[in-house]
Design a protein. Sequence first.
Length: 189
Amino acid sequence: MKQLEIEFKTLLTEREYHSLCHFYHLTKQDFHTQTNVYFDTPQGDLRQKHCGLRIRQYADKGEITLKTPQKVGLLETTDSFTLTEIQQLIKEKKIPTTGAVAKELKQLTIAIDQLTVIASLTTKRAEFTIPEGLLALDESWYNNQHDYELELEVSDAEIGKQAFDTYLEAHNLSYRPAENKIMRAIKTI
């Protein structure tokens, strides 16, 4: 499966995060936990191409996603797996050599057998649709770090940027640049 991802994000303080959870009346049942395991070659071939590769494990399934830069946003190429399959891939620290992700990696001239785990991160996420787009409130843990983040996924970059800025202002939130989770996790190693 391929999908264009256009999102805007900001780091939140703990107080801002809890305030938004309260504003949207979120309960434990609104959150799910996901663990991302990030891969690259020892030489950082994916990072040099501004790409990201992860295995994501949910409670009941998993997926492998390759993110590649586009003129606007990131192209996400994703293969889905059962929970058992994804757990085995994580245990073996391997990316399959078949499927849509493997095909894209080969086109990028990335040697799949050279890929290795570079970082992991666990996120507790609530995700829901608001008029501006798909909103995600994340609490993440990685390498003894803990942070909070708001992501707004939109279908149009220009309209989405305006909506994001308006959203921040309406909720009295300061914009704090948030690097992609993979970069935040890597920088703490």
